[in-house]
Structures are given as C-alpha cells and as structure tokens.
Design a protein around this ligand. Sequence first.
Ligand code: 13P
Ligand code: SF4
Length: 346
Amino acid sequence: MNVFATPVAPELARPRWRDELPTQYAELGQRLEPLLPCLEWPLHLPWIDAINRLKVERGATIMAHSYQSPEIFHGVADLTGDSLALAQAASRCESNLIVLCGVHFMAESAKILAPEKTVLIPDPEAGCSLASSITADDVRALRARHPGVPVVSYVNTSAAVKAQSDACCTSANAVDVVEAMGADRVIFLPDRFLGQHVARQTRVELILWHGQCEVHEKFTAAQARHARERFDARLVAHPECPPEVLAEADFVGSTSAMAGWLEREQPPRVALITECSMADNLRARFPATQFIKPCNLCPHMQKITLQNIHAALLHGRHAVEVPADVAAGARRALQRMLAVGRRPGA
Ligand code: 13P
Ligand code: SF4
C-alpha cells in the first residue's frame, strides 16, 4: 500500500494543537504554522513560554540574528536583524541584560558597545569561519607590510582583530566605511569575497585577506542558474558568496537588505542564496512569495537553541567579557562604523 496516497481523516487533518494554544500564542501559532512541521511546534511552545516569562522577570532583551531558527526568531526575540542592526541595537539598548542569539563575534560586539550591560551568549562555542581566519598578529603583520594603509575589518572578527583596525564594517555599509577612510588604498579583511564585491563598487584599491565563510563559499553559479531556470525565481545573494554566484544575482545585500528588497519587489518566487533559516524567517513576512530554499545551514548559528537560551536566562550564563584594553580599541573601530551607519535600502 502506498501510505502517501492514504486519505487523512478530517479530524486528523486539522492540527488540534492550534485549538489548544493559550490565547497569547494564537497569533504566534498562526505565524509559525507554515514555517515548522506541526509536530515540532508544540514541542517548542513550553520553552517559548518559559523564556518569555523569564525574560520579563530578568528585564532582559533578546536579540536574534536573521539566521536564527524560526522558533527563536519569531518566538522569543525582541529585536531581529543583520549584524549592523544588532550592533546598533546593543549600543542604545536600555535593558541591563542582553541575550544575544547569534555567533560569538556578535555578542562580543554587543558587550564592547554596551560595556556596562551584561551580555549573555547561550553557547560560547558558536564561532564563525571568517572570525577564526585571522588573528591580531596577522593584522600587525599586514600593517608592517603596508605602512600607513588604514585597516577596515568586517565585524565577523574577534575583538582583538577589531582593536588592531581603524574601522569595522558590515556587509550593509562596507563600501561607505572603506570610502570614509579617505585613502587610496585600504586593507580590507578577512572576507575575500566581500572584499572583491566592495572593490567592484569603489575606486579605492583594496588589499585583501583570504578568509571565507564556510556556508556561503559552497554556493555555485550552476545552483543559482538552476534556481532561476527550474523555478523561474529571482535571485538574491549575500555578498559572502563567490563572485560568479553574485554575478547571477538580481540583488546582493546584507540579510536585512534582502528583506528590504523583497518588500520593494514582492516577487512571486525568490531563491535566497544564503543561510537557509533566512528563508524560513522571511516566509512569515511575505506570504505571497514562494521561497526556493537552499539547504546550507550555519553550524555555528544552529548551536543556539531554545533550551540554551532558557539556561542562559536562568543561570546568567555565558557572560561575555572583553579585556578593557582590547575593548577600548575595538570600541573605537566599531563606533567609527556606527557613525557611518546605513544607507536607505542597504
Ligand atoms: P549580515 O551582516 O548580513 O547579517 O551577515 C552576517 C553573517 O554572518 C552572514 O554570514
Ligand atoms: Fe560566519 Fe558564515 Fe556562519 Fe555567517 S554564515 S556566522 S559568516 S560561518
């Protein structure tokens, strides 16, 4: 017997769990229903409920990056966005306690920008292949090789690397930060693909490092073309992808810029060439758009779970600390980035 052809009894077809939701979660249930298998959602609800209660008791703000899974992004986060949005939010956050659901460099930036606050990361092992591709000694060696050339580092770096840099940037403002240096040449690190993308948009000569994102480097131009030809989809890519992938895209931008583009264009079908939780999170906001979802998950982002967010709030762990001398240099570089800000639509 073909079990997939078996008709489902009407009483089973209707997800009963929806009817049993406490009223305050009815709207959330509706939003999550198309994003998560319906067997999964009831398992998340007790955790979401416990976290939301504890968050109020502790006076905490939960910030989540666009790549966090839907139950975190939609279920418990007070603030969501790209790495620039999270840094901006941390610098003006009023709560004394921030739980950063993202990778370590994001939590470290939040602590540097809000030194008097407690910043918790639910799993301190949530790293980033770009951040681990370069050390502060590497930056000192680059400076010695190129005396007088300013250094712009992507926020996907350690505090120690930021402290050796003149300014930080994110994918949302990299071109503007590079040009704000007022120099003919700039050392841009560590992402060579983002660097090549920036170099195509400015006259400033960039000296690049060889870092790559282990998630975005895997995409190929053939996959991008397949998504367009097979599904008639528009293509939106993150600038950490290889140049031949970006050349296929209708739009290239940070994770927040992708959402802005969807808002403006409202395409019937889109393939997001980036970490795949992004499509899950945006599907709730753009129900009329069909998302062709890649399956590249960031293993570091996925280390953050409802369970370890709950433990973070319950036990006050894991507090991010940055030595004062390192923090001072890194803060200068981050504040220079914040002063440049974000262009509309970026
Ligand atoms: P955004 O700054 O676009 O959020 O990207 C951060 C990141 O780590 C992408 O891989
Ligand atoms: Fe780092 Fe890539 Fe993961 Fe972003 S997706 S956190 S750049 S490893």
